[in-house]
Design a protein around this ligand. Structure first.
Ligand SMILES: Cc1ncc(COP(=O)(O)O)c(C=O)c1O
Length: 414
C-alpha cells in the first residue's frame, strides 16, 4: 500500500498528555483535537474533505465551539470585568505561541493574519532611495507586491532571486540566495514553504549564511505554510521576524495570526496602526511586540479560542502534528509518483513539505479542482498547478480517493 511505511511509523513515540492514550494514526490525532468526542473532531462533510491547508483549514469542532462559547459569554455580559476576563486569554495565547516557537512572549504580537503581519514589516521598516530589498521570487503578494507598492512611494529598490526548482543540496539553495546580495541590501524576505511550489527553504542555513556576510541585514520569514505544520524554533532559525495565520495549519480561529519580531530589532519596525491599547503617549505603554497589535476593538472570542488552540497543540505536541501531516503528504507524493504524474514540488527530503503540487496546464488547472471535488469529494486548489495540502484530518482513504481521481484525469495533467 502507498506510503504505508511512513504511515505506520507514526504510531511510535507520540503522547497526548492525558487526552487520549496513544496518538499517531488518524483518527488518533483528530480524536485528541476533539477531546472526548472523536467522531466530531472536525465537522466537514464526507464529500467535502478539505485538502487545502495551505489556504484555509477547518477548525477542530472543539475550537469552533470555543469561539462560539466565548462570543456568547461576551454577549451575555458585556461588563468591563467580563470583557477583561475574555481579553485576558490573549496573554495565554501569546505565551503559549511564543513557547512553542522558542521565543519570548514579548516578541510575539497577536494580529489578524499573515498578510497583516507581513504588512507591518513591509511598511514599518525605515527604507529610502539607495536601499535594496531582496525577495524570493516565490513570495506571496503580501510579501512581494506589497514591497513593490511601497518602493514606488519611497524610492528604494526591490530585487528578487530565484532558487533552482530541482535543487539537490542545501548549499545550492544557500548560494543562490547569498549570490543575490549587494552592498545596498538592507532586507531579505522569503517564504519558509512556498505556497506555489511547496518548496521548503533551508531557513536556518540561509539566515546563518546571510548573517555571516551582512550582520545588520533584516531577515523576514513568511511562515504562513509553516506555523502549525512544522515544529519550528525561531531562535534557531535565526530570522528577525516571522509571520503566520492561525486559520491555516495551526487549525485555529479564522482571522487570528501572529507576528514575531526579535526584541533587539523591534525599534527598527514601526507600528503601522496606533489605537487602543497603545496607551496615551507617543511612546507605547504596551511592552515589546504588543505595539503591533494596537488595532482597536478585536474579535476577543476568536483570540480567546486561540488560547485553546495552543493547548491542543501542546497536548498533541507540534512534532507529532508535523509527523502526522508529513506522513499523509508522503503517501500522496508516493502515489502520484507511482502513477507517473509530474510534480512541481521538489521531492528531495531537505526541501519537501506537506504542500504537494502536480503539474497542470493553465486551461486544465482551473477545471481540475472541480473534477477532483466531483470525483473524490476532496477540496484541492489551482495554485501553482493542482495543489493538495493535506493535514492531520486527512486519512489514507482520502488520499486513495484522490489518487483514483488523478488516474481518471491523467490526460489533463503534465
Ligand atoms: C506564503 C503565504 N503568505 C501569506 C499568505 C496570506 O495569508 P492570509 O490570507 O491568511 O493573510 C498566504 C496565503 O495563502 C501564503 O500562502
Amino acid at each position: 500500500m502507498i506510503g504505508r511505511r511512513a504511515w505506520l511509523g507514526l504510531a511510535s513515540g507520540v503522547s497526548a498528555a492525558g487526552m487520549v492514550g496513544t496518538l499517531g494514526t488518524w483518527p488518533g490525532v483528530a480524536a485528541a483535537l476533539a477531546g472526548p468526542a472523536p467522531d466530531s473532531a472536525f465537522g466537514f462533510a464526507p464529500d467535502r474533505v478539505p485538502m487545502n491547508a495551505a489556504n484555509l483549514c477547518p477548525m477542530p469542532s472543539a475550537i469552533g465551539a470555543a469561539v462560539a462559547r466565548f462570543a456568547a459569554e461576551l454577549d451575555r455580559d458585556m461588563s468591563a470585568g467580563n470583557r477583561r476576563r475574555v481579553e485576558g486569554f490573549k496573554e495565554t495565547a501569546r505565551a503559549g505561541i511564543a513557547r512553542q516557537l522558542g521565543v519570548d512572549a514579548d516578541e510575539v504580537a497577536i494580529v489578524r493574519n499573515t498578510s497583516e503581519a507581513n504588512g507591518i514589516v513591509v511598511q514599518g521598516l525605515e527604507l529610502a532611495a539607495g536601499d535594496e530589498v531582496l525577495l524570493w521570487d516565490q513570495n506571496h503578494p503580501s510579501n512581494h507586491l506589497a514591497w513593490r507598492v511601497r518602493a514606488r512611494r519611497d524610492g528604494f529598490t526591490v530585487r528578487e532571486f530565484p532558487v533552482p526548482a530541482h535543487a539537490a543540496s542545501i548549499d545550492e539553495v544557500v548560494d543562490a540566495v547569498t549570490a543575490a546580495l549587494t552592498p545596498g541590501t538592507r532586507v531579505v524576505s522569503f517564504t519558509h514553504v512556498s505556497n506555489v511550489t511547496g518548496f521548503r527553504m533551508p531557513a536556518a542555513e540561509i539566515c546563518a549564511a546571510l548573517r555571516a556576510r551582512a550582520p545588520s541585514l533584516f531577515i523576514h520569514v513568511d511562515g504562513a505554510q509553516t506555523w502549525g505544520a512544522r515544529a519550528a524554533d525561531l531562535r534557531a532559525m535565526g530570522c528577525d521576524s516571522f509571520s503566520g495565520s492561525a486559520h491555516k495549519w495551526y487549525l485555529g480561529p479564522r482571522e487570528t495570526g501572529m507576528l514575531y519580531v526579535r526584541a533587539d530589532r523591534q525599534d527598527e519596525v514601526a507600528a503601522t496602526v496606533v489605537s487602543i491599547p497603545w496607551g496615551g503617549d507617543v511612546t507605547p505603554e504596551v511592552t515589546g511586540a504588543r505595539r503591533y497589535e494596537a488595532l482597536g476593538q478585536r474579535d476577543d472570542a476568536a483570540i480567546a479560542a486561540l488560547a485553546e488552540t495552543v493547548a491542543w497543540h501542546d497536548a498533541l505536541t507540534p512534532a507529532a502534528v508535523e509527523r502526522a501531516s508529513s506522513a499523509v503528504a508522503e503517501r500522496l507524493r508516493e502515489g502520484v509518483e507511482d502513477l507517473g504524474l509530474p510534480l512541481v514540488s521538489n521531492g528531495h527530503p531537505d526541501f519537501r513539505s506537506s504542500v504537494v503540487i502536480l503539474r497542470a496546464g493553465d486551461g486544465a488547472r482551473r477545471r481540475l479542482p472541480e473534477l477532483i471535488l466531483e470525483d473524490a469529494g476532496v477540496i484541492a486548489a489551482a495554485t501553482g498547478g493542482l495543489r493538495f495540502s493535506p493535514h492531520v484530518y486527512n486519512t489514507p482513504a482520502h488520499v486513495d480517493r484522490v489518487l483514483a481521481a488523478l488516474a481518471r484525469h491523467r490526460d489533463l495533467l503534465g
